[in-house]
Design a protein around this ligand. Structure first.
Ligand SMILES: Cc1ncc(COP(=O)(O)O)c(C=O)c1O
Length: 444
């Protein structure tokens, strides 16, 4: 059946039959609990009747109207609602179809805004190692996952990277103000080493996504980063592709810091899996400067489709009406504690971390020294497959710069109930037990 279709590998999976709420069913009738919301996308769950109704109503009028030919009421309304969700002063919205497109948009907008202000020497985007910002070439250049960049290195302008605040590996207390100071010093040194006047922006996930496994920055880190950006004239861009849409307990994770970015990048939960959708929400004056100096040299054909905006509006309605930000905090707290219980039961769970329903655990051979499991064990693949057989979908990545270490994102839809959390944890418990029996005896 897959003679003509290809993605990253030859791996095949069962065919999807239907999806509803936090569950999906394959063509053979096997049910799966979506413990990763796809790839941290389905924040309001699958087939939500309200979202489908809004999309269906929009389909009766216009699905597509090219933005150079028509304005669209629903797109305008959606932009206004997003601007309201963003911090004060970020009122200008540019729609795209996904996260990588949104990252490209933000870095090109930053560059053109700087040109408009007469600082052509600023072109470098500093980001972190590890990090993930997308798979188009511009996004790969700012992504801190070396294996994703290596084949394409000759084709890209390498961008500077600085270590993410991996406090759990460095044995530092995230609540101690000295911890943030330690990592901020590293950033300042990196800025000075690059010559600050060549730097355009700092791109950062306010809570780490799949590359770090839900790394929460130490207290004061984001505020200190804002201060460093101001000191050296860098724009601060939050990549909220994964954290946005309520996942960390507020609509944008930006709301949890006393550090307002110059731009926010959003995707994934914005369209919630109902339509491909992304956005950049920018500081007003940056956009005005670009539009006053010849316009923004950028755009995608399918951006700002009325149907995508209707899907986004429907998802946003559900997030608000069902108070899903609060629920992410509440259910996320319960799930976090349950993951900690699993850590007590399975010593090879070396760390549990995250915020709201952006949670992860990391497997380690030794929790004390933080040693990873043997690389060739490929635990990040094996545990996912065992869970899949048990009807639980989880999402994994290599932890240490994308080359070794194994972490697993546990990020069910924000509509997940307490009873469904129990079900998820029971399936995960069973899967971890099977994984240990099958693979860890020989390692021990
Ligand atoms: C933080 C972050 N930025 C950007 C992207 C790229 O988004 P997309 O896959 O929609 O292009 C992702 C995708 O996982 C992401 O997690």
């Amino acid at each position: 059946m897959s003679d003509h279709l290809f993605y990253q590998t030859r791996q095949t999976r069962p065919f999807i039959e239907r999806a509803e709420g936090i569950y999906l069913w394959d063509a053979a009738g096997q049910r799966y609990l979506d413990g990763a919301s796809g790839a941290m996308v389905s924040n309001v769950g699958h087939s939500h009747p309200h979202v489908l109704a809004r999309m269906s109503a929009q389909m009766q009028s216009a699905t597509f109207a090219y933005r150079l030919h028509f304005q669209s009421d629903i797109v305008e309304q959606f932009a206004a609602r997003l601007a309201k969700k963003a911090p004060k002063g970020l009122d200008k919205v540019f729609f795209v179809s996904g996260g990588s497109e949104a990252v490209e948009t933000a870095i090109k907008l930053a560059r053109q805004a700087t040109l408009a202000r007469g600082e052509p020497e600023r072109f470098k985007i500093m980001s972190r190692l590890p990090s993930y910002h997308g798979s188009t070439l511009g996004a790969v250049a700012v992504t801190g996952t070396p294996p994703f960049a290596e084949p394409f290195a000759p084709m890209m302008q390498a961008m500077p990277k600085v270590r993410a605040p991996l406090h759990y590996l460095d044995g530092l207390d995230p609540e101690d103000p000295g911890t943030a100071a330690h990592y901020l010093k590293e950033i300042e040194e990196a800025i000075l080493a690059e010559s600050p006047e060549s730097l355009l922006a700092f791109l950062v996930e306010p809570v780490g996504g799949a590359s770090t496994g839900a790394l929460v920055p130490p207290k004061g880190y984001m505020e200190g980063l804002r201060a460093l950006c101001d000191k050296y004239g860098l724009l601060l861009i939050y990549d909220e592709v994964m954290t946005g849409g309520g996942r960390t307990g507020t609509y944008f994770a930006a709301d949890q810091y006393d550090a307002v970015p110059d731009m926010i990048i959003s995707a994934k939960g914005l369209g919630g899996g109902y339509m491909p959708l992304g956005a950049v929400i920018s500081r007003n004056d940056l956009v005005d400067d670009v539009l006053d100096h010849g316009g923004f040299l950028h755009g995608f054909t399918n951006a700002a489709m009325p149907l995508a905006a209707a899907a986004g509006m429907g998802v946003l309605d559900v997030v608000e009406e069902e108070q899903l930000c609060d629920r992410a905090t509440r259910i996320g707290g319960v799930l976090f504690d349950r993951l900690r219980d699993l850590q007590s039961a399975y010593p090879f769970i070396g760390d549990v971390r995250g915020k709201g329903l952006l949670l992860a655990f990391e497997l380690m051979a030794d929790g004390q020294s933080k040693q990873v499991l043997p690389k060739e064990l490929n635990a990040h693949v094996k545990l996912v497959n065992i869970a899949y057989e048990n009807g639980l979908i989880i999402y994994s990545r290599r932890t240490r710069n994308g080359t070794e270490g194994d972490h697993f994102m546990i990020c069910p839809p924000l509509i997940t109930t307490a009873a469904q959390t129990d079900e998820l944890v029971a399936l995960l418990d069973k899967s971890l037990g099977q994984f240990a029996d099958l693979y860890l005896k020989e390692v021990a």
